[in-house]
Ligand binder design. Structure first.
Ligand SMILES: [Zn+2]
Length: 477
């Protein structure tokens, strides 16, 4: 009986979808996505590392699909937004010594992100333990990095980042981060302005010595030498295609539907399969962007706002493609109303239990965008819900973060946050539930059209304290 009632509700709601829109939803095909994903996550593409030939081939394939759908090429070079980066290989063994009144310590296991040779002789150390810091010209700033599992790690990291920011503004010769090792990205934007270099020290003896220093000025000094890193220019590409809006005013505003097309490449050694195919992460999001673009581009009358379909490079390396886009947007951020980023849509075998005909958003209560998709879910038979445990935590873990930082209401939509083959070689296309993914994509497409047709753009939820910095950023656009 209960089931019958539900069925009737579904039928009534489905009838509410505009026939043009329903026709678009009907074009979303599980078989198309199965075909596309079996190529994108094939061994031939070698795990789509950033940068790699496999990544370049994936980009060409995505562009070919945007071309086939009839999207407008944007980005300057056909469907590509090309970005010049340097791949860096640092000096593997810089020399580091710490001197205080009593002794000299030769430090092991240090590294730096300096892009030129770095040479410091007996630079006085200033230990930063507050944001009240004087000019540090000729000195090095010393900041402790908390361990990821330390108690209250989240708050400690917020404080740590604030210290690094203020220290850099005081123009020291370098910022020394000690304690937990500081990872440095191997990619830097070729045209990025030079920054105060960071030095990472995690050697136990050195950490002990540095911990013993009192805050502020000290008699201890640091000497450091690292050769210039090896730098190889690489060109990376976001792939972007536009569906021009049909309304003369609203078409000058933009909704982004995105996914990352990179993954983590190939395991350097070991027996058997070494290729991280990345079918669910995030081949599933990539083929969904293609499929929804294809479905909407065939409409006689496009949605009112313009929709930018885009796939990013370098998410796995640290949101590189989306950061690049936020810094070099193809259309003004002021006129960009929302980003819906797709991740992990194909696997239903979530480690928390099966997720069939359902989907969730990161930062579910951060804006009113998820509610629009919840309504689209009601009309397409997909439950769109808040994952109380993970929704907020995962907000920072994908490409929505870059646009959120730029003030745009931006969320990631996923079917499963965690699944058994996450970042394993077993994340292969055969394990995807294509029918379920097509159903979820119909919900996404309907929600996307709703956002694109509605005169009122999505808004951050200012009542949620976690949205403060995004609201502030939105005022800067
Ligand atoms: Zn991902």
């Amino acid at each position: 009986m209960k089931r019958l009632v539900l069925l009737l509700t579904a039928v009534v709601c489905l009838a509410a979808v505009d026939p043009q829109e329903q026709a678009a939803l009907d074009r979303i095909s599980a078989a198309d996505m199965r075909g596309n994903l079996s190529f994108l996550s094939s061994d031939a593409l070698e795990g789509r590392d950033t940068p790699s030939r496999g990544l370049d081939i994936a980009a060409e394939f995505i562009a070919s699909q945007f071309r086939r759908a009839g999207l407008e090429p944007v980005g300057g070079a056909d469907y590509f937004q090309a970005a010049d980066y340097l791949e860096t290989t640092p000096d593997p063994s810089p020399s580091v010594t710490l001197d205080d009144d009593k002794k000299t310590l030769h430090v092991k296991n240090a590294s730096t992100n300096a892009l030129a040779a770095l040479d410091l002789k007996f630079a006085p150390i200033y230990k930063v333990e507050s944001t009240d810091v004087p000019s540090l010209a000729g000195k090095v700033a010393l900041i402790r990095r908390p361990g990821a599992r330390a108690e209250g790690a989240r708050e400690k990291f917020v404080q740590f980042r604030a210290f690094v920011k203020v220290a850099r503004e005081r123009q020291p010769a370098a910022v020394v981060i000690y304690g937990a090792p500081q990872p440095f990205p191997s990619l830097v934007e070729a045209k990025a302005a030079p920054e105060i270099p960071l030095i990472s020290i995690a050697d136990a003896d050195a950490v002990k010595l540095l911990d013993a220093l009192s805050p502020g000025e000290s008699k201890a000094t640091l000497s450091f030498h690292a050769n210039e890193p090896k730098k190889t220019p690489v060109q990376l590409r976001n792939v972007a295609g536009l569906l021009r809006g049909s309304d003369s005013a609203l078409s000058k505003t933009y909704v982004l539907l995105t996914a990352h097309y990179d993954h983590i490449g190939v395991k350097p050694s070991g027996d058997g399969d070494r290729i991280f195919n990345g079918a669910n992460d995030d081949g599933s999001g990539t083929v969904s962007v293609i499929e929804i673009a294809n479905a909407l581009a065939a409409m006689k009358q496009h949605p009112k706002r313009s929709i930018l379909f885009m796939t990013f490079f370098g998410e796995e390396k640290g949101l590189f493609g989306s950061r690049y886009y936020a810094e070099h947007p193809l259309f003004p951020l002021k006129q960009t109303v929302a980003q819906i980023n797709l991740e992990q849509l194909g696997r239903t075998d979530d480690t928390e239990g099966p997720q069939v005909a359902s989907a969730t958003f990161t930062g579910f209560d951060f804006s009113d965008l998820p509610a629009t998709f919840q309504a689209a879910g009601k009309a397409t038979g997909v439950k769109v819900y808040k994952n109380d445990k993970s929704s907020d935590d995962f907000f920072a873990r994908s490409d929505n973060q870059s646009l959120a930082d730029a003030g745009i209401p931006a969320h990631t939509l996923a079917v499963a946050f965690d699944f058994p083959d996450y970042h394993q070689v077993g994340d292969e296309w055969q394990k995807i539930d294509y029918d379920n993914m097509a159903k979820v994509d119909r919900m996404i497409a309907l929600g996307l059209m709703t956002v694109a047709n509605r005169a009122e753009p999505p808004h951050w939820n200012e009542k949620n304290s976690k949205t403060g910095k995004y609201v502030e950023a939105s005022h800067r656009n």
